[in-house]
Design a protein around this ligand. Sequence first.
Ligand code: SAM
Length: 467
Amino acid sequence: MDFPLEFVERTRLLLGDEEWKKLEAALAGEPSVSIRVNRKKYGGALADALPVPWCRDGYYLPSRPAFTFDPLLHAGCYYVQEAASMFLDKVLGEYVTSEAVMLDLCAAPGGKSTLARSALPEGSLLVANEIVRARAQVLAENLTKWGNPGVVVTNNAPEDFTELGPVFDVILTDVPCSGEGMFRKDETAVSEWSTGNVALCWQRQRDILSAVWPCLKEGGLLIYSTCTFNREENEDNVAWIAGELGAEVLPVGVDPGWNITANLAGGEFPVYRFFPHKTAGEGLFMAVLRKTSDADEPAGRCRKPRKDKGKKPGKNPLKVPKEMGDWLLAGGQFRLEVEGECAVAFPASHADLYDRLKERLKVVCAGVTLAEWKGKDWQPAHSLAMSTGCRCDAFPQAELSYKEAIAYLRKEAVVLPSDMPRGYVMVTFRGHPLGFVKNVGNRANNLYPQEWRIRSGSVPEQEEVLK
Ligand SMILES: C[S@@+](CC[C@H](N)C(=O)[O-])C[C@H]1O[C@@H](n2cnc3c(N)ncnc32)[C@H](O)[C@@H]1O
C-alpha cells in the first residue's frame, strides 16, 4: 500500500527508522479478527479462540467467519470489534467501580458503547450520543441488540450538551480523527489523509472537548481516545486538556508483555498507544484524565432548558397496561410510561435525569421499548425481545433451526409448529431470542424490524455460528 509521503516522514520521525519499517510492514498485512461476547447473553466457551489480554470478554478468532449469517450476532450475543479498542475495558474496570452515569459522546457504531455497557457496574446509566443521524440509528440498533436497559441513545452535537451542567461521572470522547491507525482496514482513511486534515482534526477535537467539559462532574473521569498516530491529535491534546481545561492524567495498570507504547512526545504523563506491529489489533491512542477544575459550572447546578427546546407533554390517551410490568424480570425497578405510540420501561433510579435529557436532547431510544400500539392492541416490541431484562417465559416460544433463523432475519415467512398458540410468539435460536412473530394459524407474520433485516442474498452453504 502506498502511503502519503508526508505521513511516512512524520511517522518515521515519531517512531524512529527501525520502528517505522515494522509498522509499515504491519500496515500492509492482514488485520486480526476479534470479537467481544455479551456475558449477559452468551455463556459458552469459544473453541480455538485466544483471549484479548486487556479485555474480560474479548477473543481473537483464527479466521473471519461470515458474521452477517450468524443468528447469534443478530441476537446480541457478541460484537465484532478490533482488539485495541477493547482497552477501554481495562480502564473502566480499574477506575469505575461504583454505579456511574457515563456519556459516550462520539459513539457510533457502538463498539465502545456496548463494551462500556458490559463494563459499568450494575445500576449505571450510559448515554450514547452520535451527531450523524444515520449513524445514530446504527448505534441504536447495536445497543438495542446488546440489550442492557440502562441506556439512552441521543443524536446531538457536542454543544447541545454544554448547558446540561455537571451530570456525568465519566465521559468518553472517542473523537473523529485522521484515522492513521485504520489505514490497513480503511482505504479512504489513506486517500483523505493530509497535514491540513490533521490540523483540522486536532482543532475540532479541542472544540468537542470544550463543549462537553462543563458536563463532567468535578473529580469525574474523561477518557480520550483516537485511532491515529500523530502527536498533535494525541499527546498534544492531552497536555492541552490537562493545562487548559484543568485535569490530572491518570495511569492505568498494564502488563509489559502487552507491548503497549507510552508517551512519544517526551511528556511525563502516561498515555496508552497501540501499534499494529506490536499488538494484534489496529492503531489506538487512549488517555485517562480526572477533572480537577470546576471553573465553568458550580457542582449540582443545571441551567433551565432553553425556551425553544423541549416538548410540552400533551395528554396521551394511551396507558401502559399493568400486566406489561410482568414482561420484565424486575418490573418494579422500572418506570413505565407511554411515549408517543410506544410503552417504554426506563430504570426508575435514573428517570429524573432521563426527563432532563429529554427536555434538551434528541432522544433516539431509551430503556426498553416494551410494545407499540397498533390501533387495536399492543404489539410486543423487538427491543423487548433483545433486552436482558425481558421475562421471556411471559410469551410462548418457538425454537428455529439455522435455516429458519436466517429466513426470519431476512424477514421471510416463518411456519410454526401446528400446536403453537395463536398470537405473539417469541422465536429463538439455540435458546437466544431473535424477535417476535404473530401467529395467525396458517402462517406467522414476521415482526423483525424491516430496516435491520439481512439483505445479502448469498446465504452460505454451511452454518456460520460462533463456536
Ligand atoms: C471514531 S468514531 C466513533 C467510534 C465509536 N466510538 C465506536 O467505538 O464504535 C467518531 C464518531 O464521531 C462522529 N463525529 C464526527 N464529527 C463529529 C463532531 N463534530 N462532533 C462529535 N462527533 C462527531 C462520527 O460520526 C463518528 O461516528
